[in-house]
Design a protein around this ligand. Structure first.
Ligand code: GLC
Length: 744
């Protein structure tokens, strides 16, 4: 027996060490609580390793800790799809052949669905694409408020209303992060125009800041649980937003309890000491303009690189901020790159195309439809004439950092041709020539849009063809080139470019069966609005654009989108322009532009309502191929207490012949308040799906939060006792009924 024991003992000792399960360090244990992993990793890191994870190592990646097996972080644009791989230290694409993506509709389209389920679908599917492409941080979504219709990047954002943007950004963030990919909600904050985007110093009162420009970011952080936020390029209180004490330390991390990472915009960091003390955690793209120019391989000289290390080593600064930043970056790595549980995503899956198409279908807005011009009646129709460059021009290439290499992009013309039955001819003429380029960062559309004919020739051709077509459909609007819907430049005016108004007016005279499809991420002037029986707002819809547009034009889908921004008749009907605030005043002997938001809280419909200016098309406007009748709105009580609720109910009936969806909107007015308030503010919306003849109730539960305004003197939200009015409607300018109640 003894001999046997000794033999067994000897055998055990002789086992190779690897067979003896080594106790894994806590930071490597995916089941360990994340904060323990953070502390364990931090305790093992050297000073140099802590500094190294706080800044980029390449154009879109930051270092991990190789010695400890902590992976690096990979970020990617953008909000509408996964950017093609770029070279290590370049903006140009690397020429990979496995990185084409699904281009999803622009976020203005998502907002126009007024359907949080679409936001969840969007975040979930784009998150699968990012995950599959090995990306840990998606540089999006953007939620900057639509303050001026000239802002080149409005197409990337979710409209003019803080409540709508807040409700729509949360499911996007949650769906995205369920894939183990961090949202990087941008551009925090007050980046509401592109002109002078690096040098604009925004000046505004706290009411506008807290009531208009912060709510969507706050919701993304507190309700969405966003794991990262991107600092904006501009300044506020004379401090750049990427290291702005009040916005990052006091509000984001202080008041909102943000535990994630503040990532600079590319080129948004300007000062080491401010970056250390004012809340920046991860520095990207220094010395670039965020699009093209850049200083080569300057990574060790980044503000939070060697300069920071030197300050610590010289004893000039401590390591308290360093450890806080490193903890946040480690937390982000453990939430993304080091969490294998969410699986590995998917790329260009059929479900992703279906999602893109559904979001497009639900976001397209039917602005006008006289004589039931739409949907197109194909019985007896022999020829549809399609006119306009935007019927064929690819829109997924260009526009700045959101530019993509889409696996495919169905044009409106191709979508329509694929959808009409045999026997219906869809003929195309150019109508106008706009932007014939088609390249961005090495991605080319491959289209040859060159056409040297004069405007007169193009219009004459279109008019001649229009005369004997059963239907004429004009596709125009904006595109993704400079001074259109494009990053780093604003539009010059509200008007359609390339003399499109002339073409539209000429076609309207040539054929009464005429529809205009406006493709843009911004409001445009429509001097011909009375001459055109049908108008559709079709956004930038991405890969499935032509299919979604055909779905709507042919009535396969009943349009249900509502405008997330006001379409003013003229630019000066908009508060940012009527007050002369935009684009600000250049400081003497400085490149800074001071831009005071003089309209304050009166942004968008808040301005139009309060100043009684009739819009071309109102915030929340959108028609259907069916009709809806609203019953009387009722409240379940006449009084509510500060900690209570009140429930507003309104029955809605589909009185038409086809099924449809109606976005029922609830606005709150506070007729008597100690501080001025807008005439009404959106505080609820419900998208009801109704069959012909069906009635359903839209039910809204109001709390004191929905009645509050921000009181700068008290620095808190206040709901004052007294009478309130709940207005229920189909648009901000189409209130169907109101009900009064009191806050006791
Ligand atoms: C750009 C944009 C930002 C983008 C980043 C990286 O300048 O402002 O939205 O994510 O740089 O491309």
């Amino acid at each position: 027996m003894k001999k046997l024991t000794i033999l067994a003992l000897a055998a055990a000792i002789a086992l190779p060490m690897s067979a003896v399960p080594k106790k894994r360090p806590v930071y490597l244990d995916p089941e360990a609580p994340i904060e323990q992993r953070v502390e364990d990793a931090l305790s093992r890191m050297t000073l140099e390793e802590k500094v190294r994870i706080l800044h980029a190592q390449s154009k879109f990646s930051s270092a991990g800790v190789p010695r400890l097996g902590i992976p690096e972080l990979w970020t990617t644009d953008g909000p509408h799809g996964i950017r093609p791989e770029v070279l290590w230290d370049e903006w140009d694409q690397a020429g990979w052949t496995n990185d084409s993506c699904v281009a999803f509709p622009a976020l203005t389209c998502l907002a126009a669905t007024w359907n949080p389920d679409m936001a969840d679908l969007y975040g979930r599917t784009i998150g699968e694409e990012a995950r599959y492409r090995g990306k840990d941080v998606l540089l999006g979504p953007g939620v900057n408020i639509y303050r001026t219709p000239l802002n080149g990047r409005n197409f990337e954002y979710m409209g003019e209303d803080p409540y709508l943007a807040a409700k729509m950004v949360v499911p996007y963030v949650q769906g995205l992060q369920d894939n183990g990919v961090a949202a990087c909600v941008k551009h925090y904050a007050l980046n509401n125009n592109e002109v002078n985007r690096h040098t604009t110093n925004v000046i505004l009162d706290d009411r506008a800041l807290y009531e208009i420009y912060l709510p969507a970011f706050k919701a993304a952080v507190q309700d969405g649980g966003a794991w990262s936020i991107m600092g904006a390029y501009n300044l506020y209180n004379d401090e750049h937003l990427c290291h702005n004490r009040r916005m990052l330390n006091d509000i984001l991390k202080g008041e909102w309890g943000f535990d994630g990472v503040v990532i600079s915009d590319w080129g948004g960091t300007h000062d080491t000491r401010q970056a250390i003390t004012n809340g920046l955690d991860l520095e990207f793209g220094s010395w670039t303009n965020g699009l093209s120019a850049g200083t080569r391989n300057a990574y060790d000289n980044y503000y939070l690189a060697k300069p920071y290390l030197d300050l610590i080593k010289s004893g000039e600064v401590g390591t308290e901020e360093l450890d806080d930043k490193a903890r946040r970056v480690l937390r982000l790595i453990f939430r993304t790159a080091m969490d294998s549980r969410p699986g590995y995503g998917a790329l260009c899956a059929d479900e992703h195309y279906d999602a893109a198409r559904r979001i497009g279908d639900e976001g397209i807005v039917l602005l006008k439809n006289d004589n039931a011009t739409l949907p197109l009646k194909l019985d007896g129709t022999k020829k549809i004439l399609v006119v306009g460059e935007n019927a064929v021009k690819m829109m997924t290439v260009g526009g700045g950092s959101s530019s993509l290499k889409a696996q495919h992009e169905i044009s409106p013309l191709d979508g329509l041709r694929a959808a009409v039955p045999a026997g219906v001819e869809v003929e195309y003429v150019r109508g106008y020539v706009g932007d014939v380029t088609g390249e961005y960062n090495g991605v080319t559309t491959g289209q040859d849009l060159k056409d040297d004919r004069s405007a007169d020739e193009l219009i004459a051709e279109a008019v001649a063809k229009a005369k004997d077509a059963d239907y004429v459909i004009f596709f125009g609007g904006l595109n993704k080139s400079d001074h259109q819907d494009c990053e780093d430049s604003d539009r010059a005016g509200l008007e359609l470019p390339y003399d499109q108004d002339r073409v539209i007016s000429a076609l309207a005279k040539a054929n009464p069966n005429f529809a205009v499809v406006n493709i843009s991420g911004n409001a445009v002037a429509m001097p011909w609005v009375k001459e055109v029986p049908a108008i559709v707002q079709a956004w930038f819809l991405g890969s499935e654009a032509g299919n979604s547009i055909a779905d709507i034009l042919l009535g396969k889908v009943n349009p249900s989108g509502k405008l997330p921004m006001t379409f003013p008749v003229a630019l000066n009907d908009n508060g940012a322009h009527a007050t002369g605030s935009y684009p600000g005043v250049k400081r003497d002997n400085s490149d800074i532009w001071d831009l005071e938001y003089k309209e304050g809280i009166l942004v968008g419909y808040r301005w139009h309502d309060t100043k009684k200016i009739k819009p071309l098309f109102a915030f929340g406007h959108g028609l259907s191929y069916t009709d809806f009748a609203y019953g009387k709105a009722t409240a379940d009580a006449t009084d509510m207490t500060a900690d209570g609720t009140i429930t507003i109910t309104v029955p809605v009936t589909n009185t038409g012949k086809v099924a449809g969806e109606e976005v029922v909107q609830l606005y709150i007015s506070d007729p008597k308040s100690s501080l001025p308030r807008p005439a009404k503010e959106l505080k609820g919306f419900k998208k009801l799906s109704l069959k012909p003849g069906e009635t359903a109730n839209a039910v809204f539960t109001i709390t004191a939060d929905d009645l509050s305004f921000f009181d700068p003197a008290k620095h808190e939200w206040v709901a004052e006792k007294g009478k309130f009015v709940a207005s229920v409607g189909a648009a901000s300018d189409d209130i169907k009924s109101t009900v009064n109640f009191n806050l006791k």
